[in-house]
Design a protein around this ligand. Structure first.
Ligand SMILES: Cc1cc2nc3c(=O)[nH]c(=O)nc-3n(C[C@H](O)[C@H](O)[C@H](O)COP(=O)(O)OP(=O)(O)OC[C@H]3O[C@@H](n4cnc5c(N)ncnc54)[C@H](O)[C@@H]3O)c2cc1C
Length: 412
């Protein structure tokens, strides 16, 4: 691998790869590349550990990806006293409830502050150079191709960092995707408010999703008697209501309106304040730069809706696919768009089923009558409930749910 020149005395740094964003997608991409000998600079505007608005459940399919990261990552997650989740319960607006089981596949849930720091430090141990509190503000271009990034750290003047490849892993509001001109958005336009609450009544070893006439709530244990609670509402509902959900009073009042949640929370037991994020859905038209030199992973590439809880799986698997494409391209010294096309194809092959399933479910939960019908059906058909929850848990291929017969059984 061609070595990078680091000129820390001046304003220019040169690297093989710069990864913008050190969440699961960025940390895992940096780890895979650095372990193979690539000189990687991993940048994040935050200082870790940092919180991230999320329901913080790792789908059971994620466990194998953590094991593949090696270097004790899975052991560190298991050692962080995570909650263990055995399935997902869904409560429909009309009150029908179903619970699908993962069928023995281990699934963990732990605060993102802990999980993301584990991944970041593993990337660092693999050889990635980490700069926290460093915001990527813009891209550097060379004859139409991306050639680096412009950063700002604290009050320090801007710096230019050059790289043969820039990986945009900077999440939902990706600066890299925006500068590439690739960002698209669509319905459903939802926003989320998340918090940590201790001693929530009735929480056991399954995640819960409570669907209402306007929006839904996801909750589940994250260890230490703490439950992560995510209130997801249509943007128009939030705007029209004139209410503030980002403060404890508005947040808990909204939770009380869901019949399956009323009376379960003590607002005095709020242990991490409400964080807001969104709107989604948002994705990139394509995950590579038109003339090469950059690609997108994780939420920077696509984020539809949090209902199915597959984002961390997609971030880690996307990192594997990005590294599989980038390692031979870096070795050949060719980072043109054509050299990055295998990544586009690999993502399509890997995620086409997931994209279809999450869109079907994400849009479906916006229709109360449809949700009532499907959940009512799944309540009577444990095999179908397990199939659906297995598919969203990334342990059953999505195509098994998307087969016409399976889809018909969900509704009729
Ligand atoms: C309400 C909600 C609930 C969810 N629940 C789940 C769940 O239970 N399970 C699950 O698997 N997924 C869930 N998700 C999805 C999951 O949170 C994301 O898919 C996942 O975090 C994507 O990882 P990422 O690394 O792509 O992005 P992020 O985790 O968002 O990381 C991006 C990083 O980039 C940094 N960054 C951003 N901009 C810049 C910049 N300009 N310069 C430098 N750094 C920058 C940020 O500080 C951050 O550290 C949920 C999402 C939401 C909104």
């Amino acid at each position: 691998m061609r070595s990078a020149r680091a000129d820390r005395g001046g304003v220019r740094d040169c690297w093989d790869a710069i990864v913008a964003g050190a969440g699961p997608a960025g940390a895992a991409t940096a780890l895979h590349l650095a372990r193979a000998g690539v000189r990687v600079l991993l940048l994040d505007r935050a200082r870790f550990p940092r919180h991230k608005p999320c329901s913080e459940y790792l789908s059971p399919g994620t466990t194998a990806l953590l094991a593949r990261l090696g270097d004790g990552v899975l052991a560190a997650v298991e050692g962080a006293s995570p909650a263990r989740i055995s399935g997902m319960k869904v409560v429909a607006p009309g009150g029908a409830a179903m619970c699908g089981r993962f069928g023995g596949a281990p699934s963990f849930a732990l605060p993102r502050a802990t999980f993301d720091a584990i991944l970041l430090r593993a990337a660092e141990r693999a050889g990635a150079v980490v700069r926290e509190s460093t915001t990527v503000e813009d891209l550097v271009w060379d004859r139409g191709a991306v050639a680096g990034v412009i950063t700002r750290s604290g009050n320090v003047r801007r710096a230019t960092c050059n790289a043969r490849i820039v990986v945009g892993a900077d999440g939902l509001r990706s600066v890299v995707a925006r500068r590439l001109g690739l960002v698209r958005s669509s319905a459903p336009r939802r926003v989320a408010f998340t918090a940590h609450v201790a001693d929530v009544a009735g929480v056991d070893g399954v995640g819960e999703l409570h669907v209402g006439r306007h929006g839904y709530v996801g909750l589940g244990p994250v260890g230490g008697g703490v439950t992560t609670v995510a209130l997801v509402l249509p943007l128009r509902t939030v705007r029209a209501s004139g209410r503030t959900y980002g403060g404890p009073a508005g947040f808990f009042a909204a939770l009380e309106r869901f019949p399956g949640l009323a009376g379960r929370f003590d607002p005095r037991r709020l242990v991490r304040g409400v964080m807001a994020t969104g709107p989604f859905a948002q994705w990139a038209r394509t995950p590579i730069a038109a003339k090469g030199g950059a690609l997108l992973v994780g939420d920077a590439a696509d984020f539809f809706d949090p209902f199915t809880g597959q984002g961390i799986y997609a971030a880690l698997r996307g990192a594997e696919l990005a590294a599989s494409c980038l390692l031979p391209a870096l070795a050949r010294g060719v980072l043109t768009a054509a050299a990055l096309v295998p990544y586009v194809r690999a993502r399509r092959r890997e995620f086409a089923g997931k994209w279809a399933l999450e869109r079907l479910i994400g849009l479906g939960v916006g229709w109360p009558a449809l949700t009532d019908r499907v959940v009512g059906r799944l309540a009577r058909r444990q095999d179908l409930a397990d199939l659906l929850v297995g598919a969203t848990g990334n342990v059953v291929p999505a195509r098994r749910v998307l087969a016409p017969l399976a889809l018909a059984r969900l509704v009729w």
